[in-house]
Structure formats: C-alpha cells, structure tokens
Design a binder for this molecule. Structure first.
Ligand code: HEM
Length: 375
C-alpha cells in the first residue's frame, strides 16, 4: 500500500472491504438509489439499512445461485460435499430451517461465562510474542475455543484449527488450485475427526447438544449434522479473527486508552468496523424489489457494513432467516481475547504494530507487522 491509497476512494464496493477507510464511500452509496447496478462488478449493490433488511428478508432471493448450489471450483470433492450441506448455503425446510433451529437452540444454551473463561485460559496459553504471532492468534484462538466447546481435547486443538484454516481457504473466489486441493483433504480429515464427538460415550460437548437438538426437531441427515458442526468452526474462523483484529486496530489507534467496558467496546467495533462487510443474494426468478427489476440469476451485493451506519441496527451478523446464530459466542470470545491481550505483561499491544488487510472480497481482517505504513 502506498500513502496515496490512504486517501483514495475505493474503486468499488468489493475493493472497499480492505480499504483503509471505506466508510465515507459507504456513506456516499447510501445517499444514492436504493439498488444500483454496478456494471463493472455485474452486481446490484444494496447499502441502505431499509433495503438491506428487505433483501435479506425476501424469500425469492437465495444464498446461492439456483444453477450453482456448490461453487464449480470445489464441486465433486470433500470440501464441496461439506459445502453442499451447510445451513449457510441452503434454503428450505430440510437443509436450512430445521438444522438452523437445532444449531440455534444448541448455541443459545452455551454458558457464555464459561466460554469467556475458556477463551482467557487458551488465550494465555497461546499468547503471541510478535506481530506474526498476533495475526495467527486472531484466527487460532476463536476456532480453538469453538472446537474445544464442540468436544475436542486440548491436544487436538492446534491441528483442528490448522485444518479449518485449510478448509476455509477454498471458499474465496481468490482461492488457488493448490488451496482447493488442500481444502478437500482437510474437509475429509475433519469429517472423520468430528464423528467421534457424536458417539454416546463422548456426548459431553456442543456437538452432542446439537445432535440432541437435531433429534428434537427431526433433522435426520447424519452427514448434514457432521458438515454443520464443521460449519460452526469454519463460520467462526475468519469472521471472529476479523472482529478481534479490528478491535486490536481500534486499540492501537487509541494507544494507551483501555476501554472501561470491553464487551461494549467490542460491540462498538462490530458495528463501526465490522469483520463481514458484505454478503450476496441471488434472484430465484424475475422480481421487482426496492424499485429495481431483477432477472432470474441476478446477484445482489448486500453491504452489511454500510447498513450498520444507517441508524442503530446491527447488520454485521446478518438479518432474517440466515442471521448468525453465533453472535453471542463470537462477541464473548472476542471480548475475552481482548481482555487477555490487555492484561498480558508485557503486552504485545505495547510494541509498535502496524497492519494491512488480508486480500478478501467480503471479510475485513487485519494482518499485523512491525514496520511500514498502515493500510
Ligand atoms: C465476529 C464473528 C462473526 C460474524 C461477523 C458473523 C457473521 C455472520 C453473518 C453476516 C452471517 C449471515 C450471512 C448471510 O446471511 O449471508 C452469519 C451466518 C452464520 N454464522 Fe456467523 N458470524 C460470526 C461468528 C460466528 C460463530 C462464532 C459461529 C458459530 C459458533 C457462527 C455461525 C454461523 C452460522 C451457522 C451461520 C449460518 C446461518 C444461516 O445461514 O442460517 N458465526 N454469520
């Protein structure tokens, strides 16, 4: 990044995700029409809270294109198999509504105080010593907490976190062929490692709780259950790294000032500089919405990070039927992680840290380093 980029306007709503300060640009998009077609991106763009809300609530706008339920690049392998069963990537009673209910019920029963304790103790054990270590920590800590809660032993956590990192790498349009090959391998390994968590004798963690809720709601697809337990870890991985990372950036900008209420500080970051900047929806049929006429197959880029600044509502965890069921867990983990960093002596936050954003089309995740300009 050169210094000019610090003041440039982002080229488009996808470049905005990793721009140093995309928020004035998002403000300008909100002042425009309700839905605007970006010719270069070939996407409709929604930035206003009312429009984002309407788009996410519209049943004819789906999380996947009708004719490509699994991205072509990963279809046919283990990662594609997992992807095809995730609630995040499906609509309808059998593959979304019912499994989502089981996940939501199981996650809402998680005792958040105990999650915070587990996070603090893992955070201390994994405490980073330098900028590279800090970047890795923002990913490994939250996924380790969720893996631990699912029922994995402490000794398994580093390998599980690494495999989730490999799996997630295939989900981006920026993935390489080598990353996709590794993601298939990782998915196959993770599926086998998750199965024992569901055995009666091991029925102590969140995995067993989800299985119990699955029985209660009549969700009978065993492969779907395993895929969605993997999904809880993959959904955690980048998004929570982004929330922790963006909270660290906010602390570095306010050097020396310790927030009096860390949970409130993390909630503020989640709204003002969120981890997930956008999501997408695809028209299942020709339809009119927010004054625009969409054709079947048209895609909408839904700017959650722009809508977050339009009134008081929080859109950073989505809205309506696909809303994130992990918000409370994510913010609890992030707050406990930040607390552990602030309490460490010496704290890495006392070192001169800089950051740039990891290339991504939707997630804003800082990578820390010791020299050079900030992104
Ligand atoms: C800061 C961290 C997180 C952020 C910003 C975040 C954000 C989101 C967003 C925006 C969505 C909706 C996507 C859409 O509608 O297109 C979503 C869905 C989801 N999230 Fe999260 N998430 C976070 C952490 C977590 C965690 C920790 C878990 C699980 C333990 C989780 C589980 C899920 C699941 C299962 C879905 C799919 C829900 C559905 O499709 O019905 N997330 N998340």
């Amino acid at each position: 990044m050169n210094s000019n980029e610090l003041i440039d306007t982002p080229a488009d709503a996808i470049a905005a995700v990793v721009h140093a300060d995309p928020y004035p640009y998002y403000d300008s998009l909100r002042r425009g029409a309700d839905l605007v077609f970006d010719e270069r991106l070939k996407l409709w763009v929604a930035a206003k809270a009312a429009v984002v809300e309407q788009v996410l609530a519209e049943p004819r706008l789906l999380v996947r294109p009708l004719h490509e339920p699994v991205p072509r690049a990963i279809a046919g392998g283990s990662a594609g198999d997992v992807f095809s069963r995730l609630v995040r990537m499906n609509e309808g009673e059998a593959a979304h509504t019912r499994p989502k209910l089981a996940l939501r019920e199981a996650l809402s029963a998680v005792p958040l105080d105990a999650v915070a304790d587990r996070t603090r103790s893992l955070a201390r054990a994994m405490m980073p010593r330098d900028a590279d270590g800090l970047s890795a920590w923002t990913f490994e800590l939250p996924v380790s907490v969720v893996a631990s809660w699912l029922g994995f032993d402490d000794a398994q956590l580093p390998a599980v976190a690494e495999q989730i990192g490999r799996f997630v790498a295939c989900l981006s349009p920026l993935s390489t062929a080598a990353q996709i090959a590794k993601a298939h391998e990782a998915a196959a390994v993770l599926v086998e490692e998750i199965k024992p968590l569901l055995a009666e004798a091991n029925g102590r963690g969140l995995a067993a709780e989800v299985a119990e809720q699955a029985r209660a709601v009549g969700w009978t697809d065993a492969d779907g259950l395993v895929a969605n337990l993997l999904g809880l870890m993959s959904q955690t991985y980048e998004a929570t790294a982004g929330l922790i990372g963006n909270a660290i950036v906010a602390l570095l900008r306010e050097r020396g000032k310790r927030p009096s209420d860390i949970a409130a500080f993390v909630d503020h970051v989640a709204r003002r500089d969120p981890a997930v900047h956008n999501t997408r929806r695809f028209a299942a049929e020709d339809l009119s919405i927010a004054g625009a006429s969409l054709k079947q197959g048209d895609a909408i880029l839904v700017l959650l990070a722009a809508a977050n600044r339009d009134g008081d509502r929080q859109f950073g965890f989505g809205h309506a039927r696909h809303v994130c069921p992990g918000q409370a867990m994510a913010t609890t983990i992030a707050a406990a992680a930040i607390e552990a960093l602030l309490n460490a002596a010496p704290s890495i936050l006392d070192q001169p840290l800089r950051w740039a954003y990891r290339p991504s089309a939707n997630a804003r995740i800082p990578v820390f380093h010791h020299q050079g300009p900030n992104a």
